[in-house]
Ligand binder design. Structure first.
Ligand code: SF4
Ligand code: SF4
Length: 424
């Protein structure tokens, strides 16, 4: 007989570890917003255990409770019993998808659109353009909202500007330098490719300035984070295998990533969750510059003084244990005053596609973040994740705040002397 709980059953021991102490509740941003136990970590673990024992079905109600999670990993950090609630939740979603609980939109985006990298830029451009027009001309209450995939808070949203030319088309497949120290593969991810190509260009400037040859395999695809996070492990595995082949063929010494979720996926989740042995050493760019190569510090004189603060992306800090490295880089930069904000590691509420589906909850979580940000009032909010950058940028625009958003690598690239060191 088919096992309806195949993925959950693999982690039965994890479920048995739960002490039901509730320590995770105080760490969970969703619980702080909703005060709703079934959508908090302890409640979700209990629901998953009940499903494993056959006491409840993998119903629509179950799906909604399991989906109301940012995968921020705060519960895992807080848990005295070491329960991997994050992992259990993703496995429960995988069982739901195996049972056919997967929307048509998710099927279209995850199984078709993200697979075809070339289609993504025009579709993203069209969708965000349509969203902006609808926002401008339609009243908040209108019958068309019945057809919107994410109706909550639709009128408040400000969609990201999709770059005219994605990063993939702006850069060659190999960027050479004289006497390279290393040959490094660059995995750029969808957010950098479509919304922040200047972050990718900054990364290439930094690496080549440090005498690193950069290979950007054209055959790399979306890492698949949002795909397997929605429970579609089968498609996630396909993406893992395609990326592994693309970078193996490129014969690189290691891979660098400037996206927190992409880095977590390549470094850990491909193997631990999806069972694909992605055996090429992979580093977040800040980790690479500080721990692997000892970056150059031949900075030019700054044109102006700026104040910055840093938001720790959940998938970089709790996901990969990288907290000090970006700060070490930022604190080296001339003309940059670093001010630490309170609870810098608290989730911003972005959660990949979470903010699209649960906009009011996401906005409430961001509100808490802003209280801490406003106390330090920096010129720039800096973060090592394009997803967090987009969420902050949208919020700053909505509230007409003066702050701008940057990735650490952009500030480092700006601090290095101009002029190309690359060779053909
Ligand atoms: S998941 Fe961890 S913190 Fe939460 S109730 Fe269980 S043992 Fe306690
Ligand atoms: S991962 Fe984050 S949002 Fe999800 S249950 Fe844990 S603390 Fe809550």
């Amino acid at each position: 007989m088919e096992n309806k709980h195949k993925h959950i059953a693999e982690k039965e021991d994890e479920l048995l570890k739960c002490l039901k102490c509730g320590t995770c509740l105080s760490a969970c941003p969703i619980y702080a917003e909703t005060k709703y136990e079934p959508a908090a970590p302890r409640g979700r673990v209990a629901l998953i255990d009940a499903a494993r024992k056959g006491e409840i079905d993998l119903s629509e109600v179950f799906r909604k409770k399991i989906n109301l999670c940012l995968n921020c990993k705060s519960c895992v950090e807080a848990c005295p019993g070491g329960v991997r609630s994050d992992d259990l939740i993703l496995r429960a979603r995988a069982d739901l998808v195996d049972q056919g609980k997967f929307t048509l939109l998710e099927r279209l985006i995850f199984r078709h659109l993200l697979k075809r990298g070339r289609l993504l830029p025009p579709v993203a451009r069209w969708a965000t353009f349509a969203g902006r027009i609808a926002n401008k001309i339609l009243p908040e209450k209108n019958p068309l909202t019945l057809f919107l995939p994410f109706p909550d808070g639709w009128k408040e949203r400000i969609y990201p500007q999709i770059a005219k030319t994605p990063l993939r088309k702006r850069i060659p497949e190999v960027v050479k330098v004289k006497n390279p120290k290393m040959r490094v593969g660059y995995f750029f991810g969808c957010g950098t490719n479509l919304v922040y190509p200047e972050v990718g260009e900054a990364l290439i400037k930094v690496l080549t300035h440090n005498d690193i040859e950069v290979v950007i395999p054209k055959k790399q695809v979306c890492c698949g984070t949002s795909i397997y996070n929605s429970g579609d492990f089968k498609t996630g595995i396909k993406h893992a295998k395609r990326n592994l082949k693309a970078f193996k063929d490129a014969k690189v010494d290691c891979i660098v990533v400037n996206c927190a979720s992409g880095g977590l996926t390549l470094k850990k989740e491909y193997k631990e969750l999806l069972g694909v042995d992605f055996d090429i050493p992979t580093y977040d760019i800040s980790e690479f510059l500080i721990n692997v190569i000892d970056m150059k510090k031949d900075f030019k004189k700054p044109e102006q003084e700026i104040t910055i603060t840093y938001h720790d992306p959940c998938h970089l800090n709790r996901g990969q244990g990288i907290k000090d490295e970006p700060r070490k880089i930022l604190k080296e930069l001339p003309g940059v005053k670093f001010i630490e904000m309170g609870e810098s590691d608290r989730c911003c509420g972005g959660g990949g596609s979470f903010h699209l589906k649960y906009y009011p909850i996401s906005a409430g979580i961001m509100e808490y973040k802003l209280e801490n940000l406003e106390k330090v009032d920096p010129d720039f909010l800096v973060s090592g994740c394009p997803g967090c950058m987009m969420r902050f940028e949208e919020t700053f625009l909505q509230r007409e705040m003066r702050q701008k958003v940057k990735h650490p690598i952009q500030l480092l690239a700006d601090a290095y002397p101009d002029g190309k060191k690359t060779v053909d």
